[in-house]
Design a protein around this ligand. Structure first.
Ligand SMILES: NC(=O)c1ccc[n+]([C@@H]2O[C@H](COP(=O)([O-])OP(=O)(O)OC[C@H]3O[C@@H](n4cnc5c(N)ncnc54)[C@H](OP(=O)(O)O)[C@@H]3O)[C@@H](O)[C@H]2O)c1
Length: 230
């Protein structure tokens, strides 16, 4: 697929790019063309060295608005506070046949611990706020509990579950396939987009667990992991 990553020069963007470039064409978006091109060049070298002849995808660095134009799937990787103003500026560049993925975790840090802090009026999740901005283009919520450090460690293979919420079944299926394409990530549907607030709220808990219990980059796995017999 053709995948745009908005704010793709950050750690989440580079992590997703280094995994998805095996099979997909990635357009890293940035406010700065030069920065996007520099990161794209670094990731191209990394991918060529690691995947060698297996690699089917490519990495291109562009300004955010131009990266959107190239993509079937647009992944929002802006910091929480930048998400609404940045998407507001970019929303005219989206097209109706795209799918938007929100990875955004709105949270604040107080006294060394993290707290989920919902966005907008009505205590909404980041994904719901993104959906309001880009409607009627479907938004899927995913990847909030996957540490960027894990994705960037290109040969790390961990058994992680990725909770996926969305109102449009076809879009959820497309994003789930992209997640399954990363070794040992298992996408799990958790219902409509309104449930994104529960996914997003897991991340501050994981970070607090790391801080209070001396863990590195904790993530989640739902047990039991065998399918329930019919
Ligand atoms: N890091 C993780 O482990 C992790 C895990 C799960 C989910 N997430 C979520 O993924 C998203 C990205 O995380 P990250 O750690 O990659 O973030 P980040 O490194 O802080 O920022 C990502 C990129 O956003 C762009 N940006 C920064 N301020 C901006 C602004 N005011 N307007 C427009 N663009 C701006 C920057 O790109 P340019 O300077 O190139 O424009 C930056 O490289 C966040 O919403 C986070 O909650 C992160």
């Amino acid at each position: 697929m053709k995948i745009c990553i908005l704010g793709g020069t950050g750690s989440m963007g580079t992590g997703l790019t280094s995994r998805w470039v095996l099979n997909h064409d990635i357009f890293i978006g940035s406010r700065s063309l030069g920065k996007a091109q520099g990161i794209a060049q670094r990731l191209r070298r990394l991918a060529q060295g690691f995947y060698q002849s297996e690699q089917k995808g490519s990495v291109t660095g562009l300004e955010n608005r131009d990266a959107i134009g190239e993509a079937e799937v647009v992944v929002v990787c802006f910091p929480p506070k930048a998400t609404v103003p940045a998407l507001f500026d970019l929303k005219d560049h989206f097209s109706g046949d795209q799918i938007i993925v929100s990875t955004v975790v709105p949270m604040t840090r107080r006294n060394k611990l993290y707290y989920f802090s919902s966005m907008g009026e009505g205590e909404k999740s980041a994904a719901e706020v993104v959906q309001e901005l880009v409607a009627p283009i479907p938004v899927v919520s995913a990847m909030q509990t996957v540490p960027a450090a894990y994705l960037n460690n290109i040969d790390a293979i961990l058994n992680l579950d990725v909770l996926v919420a969305g109102d449009d079944e076809v879009s959820v299926a497309v994003v789930s396939r992209l997640i399954r394409g990363i070794p040992n990530l298992r996408p799990l549907k958790v219902g409509p987009l309104v449930n994104s607030k529960f996914i997003e709220a897991i991340t501050p808990l994981l970070l607090n667990a790391a801080i209070l219990n001396g863990l590195h980059d904790p993530s989640i796995r739902i047990v039991p992991w065998f399918p329930t017999p019919e």
